[in-house]
Design a binder for this molecule. Structure first.
Ligand code: NAD
Length: 366
């Protein structure tokens, strides 16, 4: 065994030590030489229902990083489902490798067989580097998959629903900060104008907000500047804009000690996952600064609500109505945060954990 292999084994040596802190139920390592599949499925908690979470393909620098990521992501799914009132547990899968090289029909179908072997305890969906087409392949081997195209009875792209939920969470924050839901005339900075950010811009433009946008895709920037009169902002300058609301809709871990210091906004409400670089440091920092922050796993739960509807029988209207409720849940989280002087990410996590523990009591008798 090489030194590198040993180092890697050392990192993963205490695997159970990584499962116990957040009480993960089950972790499945899937290996298939013939298709090149190396995947990890992590099921965090199934008290509320089967664990649902997408499959991410990522070229991790080592297996230990892949395990860490899938454990963190699956726990987040438990909270997202719990706080949204869904009867779903939390799980996630990662396939290790460069999607542009390893992704084939055979690999996705082999992965589908591993999902099938879990008999519905885990339900998969698309995530970073997987598409509805990939889920069609998975579906050839298992029925435990959602995020299928509308032509197959699925809910299609969840992004418009995620954007609607983000808009609802933003309105709740406006109510908390200014006593009114209206976003008319508010200056709003949106970082990332992709699938979710783009739909969010449409809602905000329709309501008469003044938009400031940044992205690494210049064509998209030009399009939204023309269509919506949005002002284009360069890269990190988005953090120091003199705006009322900042909506991170690009990548995770965007809020850190350095840029929180520069923020002039009163509200942070965006769709990106895991926005706080370190929630225990940056959650309290936002509270201290008096910024109303709507927790990421709550405000972006519209996508999960949409695929849950697919699981129980898809109906877009129901998905949108349930997503609208993000407004009420956000108000409640913001109220408790103000009352208890606790940062909102912690309040939301505690609410999610409380629902899981409450339902556990329901299950104590037949
Ligand atoms: P997307 O890939 O369509 O859009 C992301 C956008 O961010 C792209 O336009 C990209 O060019 C831009 N971007 C990337 N790096 C950037 C940078 N450094 N600065 C500025 N812009 C940058 O993805 P999406 O589906 O719109 O998702 C956006 C975020 O919301 C992600 O964090 C995702 O995990 C989260 N999310 C999405 C959904 C969903 O339904 N799509 C659900 C829950 C959470």
């Amino acid at each position: 065994m090489s030194t590198t292999q040993e180092a890697s084994q050392n990192k993963t040596g205490d695997i159970f030590g990584q499962l116990t802190p957040h009480d993960h139920e089950q972790v499945v390592f899937c290996q298939d030489k013939s298709t090149g599949l190396k995947a990890i499925i992590a099921i965090h908690n199934t008290v509320l229902g089967p664990g649902l979470g997408g499959t991410r393909i990522w070229n991790y620098s080592n297996d230990a990083d892949a395990l860490t990521d899938v454990l963190r992501l699956s726990r987040g799914m438990s909270y997202k489902a719990a706080i949204s009132g869904l009867n779903l547990g939390g799980a996630k899968a990662v396939i290790i490798g460069d999607a542009s090289i390893i992704k084939t029909e055979a690999l996705m179908r082999k992965f589908g067989r591993f999902v099938e072997n879990l008999h519905g305890k885990y339900i998969t969906a698309e995530d970073v580097n997987t598409t509805t087409q990939d889920m069609e392949y998975v579906h050839m081997e298992t029925s435990h998959v959602v995020g299928l195209p509308e032509s197959m009875g699925g809910g299609g792209d969840p992004s418009p629903v995620t954007a609607y939920g983000t808009y609802m969470g933003m309105k709740a924050a406006a109510n908390k900060a200014w006593g009114s839901d209206s976003l008319s005339g508010k200056k709003i900075a949106v970082q990332g104008i992709g699938k979710v950010g783009g739909h969010l811009l449409s809602y905000l433009h329709k309501e008469g907000a003044k938009l400031f946008i940044t992205d690494i895709n210049n064509d998209m920037l030009a399009k939204y500047a023309k269509d919506m009169g949005a002002t284009i902002v360069k890269g990190d300058e988005i953090f120091s804009q003199d705006v009322d609301i900042f909506a991170p809709c690009a990548m995770g871990a965007v809020l850190n000690t350095a840029n929180i210091g520069k923020l002039k906004c009163q509200i942070i409400a965006g769709a990106a996952n895991n926005q706080l670089d370190d929630e225990n440091v940056h959650g309290p920092m936002l509270l201290e600064k008096g910024i109303v922050y709507v927790p990421d796993f709550l405000i972006n739960s519209g996508g999960l609500i949409n695929v849950y509807q697919e699981h129980i029988g898809y109906n877009r209207e129901t998905a949108m109505r349930k997503t609208e409720n993000i407004y009420n849940i956000s108000l409640e989280v913001l109220r408790v945060s103000a009352d208890k002087k606790l940062h909102t990410q912690k309040v939301a996590t505690e609410l999610a954990e409380k629902r899981i523990n409450d339902i556990l009591k329901v299950q104590s008798t037949y």
